[in-house]
Design a protein. Structure first.
Lengths: 165, 162
C-alpha cells in the first residue's frame, strides 16, 4: 500500500510545480483544461514511481486495489487543489476580502463591484465555455448549457438547495 | 484493505445523513452542519476501522483516514459549487424562462445583488473573517491572514492576469 501513497504524493508535488510553471508562461488559455492535461500526463510519472518503489502490478486483487488506491489519492489531491484554486480565482467573497483595505460598507462594495460588470463578466465566461450565446440584448442557452442547467437544477432539487446561488 | 472499506462506508453514511438533514431538518447555516457532520463522520470511520480491522496496522488506518478526509473535501467542494455557484444559478434561471432567453436586466431581477451580497457577507461574518461595526465591515485577524495567503496564491499562480 505504501508505494501507492508515496507515489501519489510525489506525483502531486510534481503536478503543483508543473502548474505553477505553466501558469507563469502565458498565454495559458482555459486554466481547468490545462490543469486536467497536466494531471493526466503525470499519471505516467505515478506509474513509474509506483513500479520503482516496489509496488506490485501482479494479478492479485490486493495489488490491483493498492494501485488504484494510489491513483484515487492522486485524483482526490487534484480535486482538493482545484477546489482551493477556484475558491481563490472565482469566489466573490475572496474578491471582496482582497479589496478590503481598512473598512468597507455595503454601498462601497456595490460601487467597487457593480453588479452589471460582474454579471457581464460571468456571461462572457458562459459564452466562452459554450454554455450560452448572445442574441441581441438577450442570452440564450446552447444545448450544452441546457444540459448543464438541467443537471444542476436536478442536483439542487435533490439536495433541497433551491434557489441557492 | 479494511481502511478503504471503512472510509467508503462511513462516507456513504455521511452523504445519506447529510441528504436527510437537508430534506427534513432546518438546521442552518449549511457550513456549520457540514463541519459537525465531518467530525461525527471521522468518529464513525474510527469506530468502523476498530470494529472491522483494528489489527491491520497503522498504514491501513492512515490510508483510510486520508481517503476519508479527501472524500469529505471533495463532497464539500461539490456541495458548495451546487449551492453557491453564481453561473449555475444564472444558467438555471435562463433555462426556466418560457422562451429560454433572458436579458441582463431580467437576470438581475430574478437573481438580485442584495441576495448575493447578503449570503456572501453573512458567511464571512459567521466564519469570523469580517466583523460589522457601525454599518462598516472590517477584517478580523483571521480574515487578514486568509487574505494574505490568497494574495500569495494569486501572485504564484498569476490569477487574474490572463
Amino acid at each position: 500500500m505504501l508505494p501507492g501513497i508515496f507515489s501519489a504524493f510525489i506525483t502531486f508535488a510534481a503536478f503543483v510545480i508543473a502548474v505553477v510553471v505553466r501558469f507563469n508562461r502565458p498565454p495559458v488559455g482555459h486554466r481547468l483544461k490545462a490543469m486536467i492535461r497536466i494531471w493526466a500526463m503525470l499519471l505516467a510519472l505515478y506509474a513509474g514511481l509506483y513500479w520503482v518503489s516496489g509496488g506490485k502490478v501482479a494479478g492479485t486483487l490486493e495489488s490491483v486495489v493498492f494501485l488504484i488506491n494510489g491513483v484515487l489519492i492522486y485524483g482526490l489531491l487534484f480535486c482538493t487543489f482545484c477546489y482551493c484554486y477556484f475558491v481563490s480565482d472565482h469566489s466573490l467573497s475572496m474578491l471582496f476580502m482582497l479589496a478590503m483595505q481598512d473598512r468597507l460598507s455595503l454601498d462601497e462594495i456595490k460601487r467597487q463591484f457593480p453588479y452589471d460588470e460582474l454579471l457581464r463578466q460571468r456571461m462572457i465566461d458562459l459564452e466562452n465555455n459554450h454554455f450560452a450565446v448572445r442574441r441581441g440584448e438577450s442570452f440564450e442557452l446552447t444545448p450544452k448549457g441546457r444540459s448543464r442547467a438541467r443537471v444542476a437544477g436536478t442536483l439542487k432539487r435533490f439536495l433541497n438547495l433551491e434557489p441557492g446561488g | 484493505m479494511a481502511g478503504i472499506f471503512a472510509a467508503f462506508t462511513s462516507f456513504s453514511v455521511f452523504v445519506v445523513v447529510h441528504w436527510a438533514i437537508l430534506h427534513w431538518l432546518r438546521w442552518r447555516p449549511l457550513s456549520r452542519v457540514l463541519n459537525g457532520l465531518w467530525l461525527a463522520n471521522l468518529g464513525l470511520y474510527a469506530w468502523l476501522f476498530w470494529w472491522w480491522a483494528n489489527d491491520t496496522g497503522i498504514v491501513n488506518l492512515l490510508n483510510g483516514l486520508l481517503l476519508q478526509v479527501f472524500l469529505l473535501i471533495g463532497y464539500t467542494a461539490f456541495f458548495f459549487l451546487v449551492e453557491r455557484g453564481l453561473s449555475l444559478r444564472v444558467l438555471i434561471e435562463i433555462s426556466r424562462t418560457p422562451d429560454g432567453r433572458m436579458t441582463l436586466e431580467e437576470i438581475k431581477h430574478a437573481y438580485p445583488y442584495d441576495y448575493i451580497l447578503e449570503k456572501r457577507i453573512g458567511q464571512m461574518v459567521r466564519m469570523g473573517y469580517w466583523v460589522e461595526q457601525d454599518g462598516y465591515f472590517r477584517s478580523t485577524e483571521k480574515g487578514r491572514r486568509f487574505t494574505a495567503l490568497h494574495r500569495q496564491v494569486w501572485k504564484i499562480l498569476r490569477i487574474g492576469k490572463d
